[in-house]
Design a protein around this ligand. Sequence first.
Ligand SMILES: *[C@@H]1O[C@H](CO)[C@@H](O)[C@H](O)[C@H]1NC(C)=O
Length: 269
Amino acid sequence: MAHCLQPLLLLLLLQLLLRSPSSAARNRCVDAAEACTADAQCQRLRTEYVGHCLGRTASGDCPRARCRRALRRFFARGSPALTHALLFCSCVDPVCAERRRQTFVPACAFSGPGPAPPSCLGPLDACEHSGVCRPRLLAFQASCAPAPSAPDGCPPDQASRCLRAYAGLVGTTLTPNYVDNASARVAPWCDCGASGNRREECEAFRELFTGNRCLDGAIQAFDSGQSPVLQDHPDSHQHSLLQVSSADGPLKGCSLLSMLPVLALQPLL
Ligand SMILES: *[C@@H]1O[C@H](CO)[C@@H](O)[C@H](O)[C@H]1NC(C)=O
């Protein structure tokens, strides 16, 4: 291998990559990633979904079904304190929000295979015929949909149930994600453009995600409750990548190529 960088140089490079430009404001999504890295089970489950979701099938596509199954396992088996911190970390700048948007490998788990989002009716019908998805959608509707008769317009004591139900949809045909890096808006990858005479049904479904103040409120409230888990990792910026890279053996291996997977993982860790 001709590209033989000094280990020290590589370390330096990694540390530079790790420092977000806005290091003044704590990046809670980085904190959440560090906390997951520090927990053996969370780290293992995350490595598993990242591996599947960045993988390729023989035909060159992403193995969406495997990726999504691994994501469901991540949320089913990982400690909610850690998995929810990754999913709901609050951001004040686009660097953080972009990282949050990328955390669950949206290119495989969320969007595609086509370039344009389908009508929501397709994934919605698929969900209603799926033993995995249907109960999760029902739980999401019951826990997150506004309830006009309740005093604050949301189901009673709904915030944590709503977040759990939302997390339950990640890895289904209705996998939601943050739609951009400028807001905390979430939605599945679909729209209601071509929904014909079922447009109302389609819009009602989409509004469970976009402009749902019960869901938005629950996501915002999450942040105030999450600090205890993450405060254990105050000096976190340096070590996550180093731990990952040392999992591939010490940096003395002088192939730059062997570093590339680590760099590709960086937004996810
Ligand atoms: C935010 O998203 C826009 C549009 O996708 C993109 O061009 C920009 O690079 C992103 N910002 C960051 C900090 O990643």
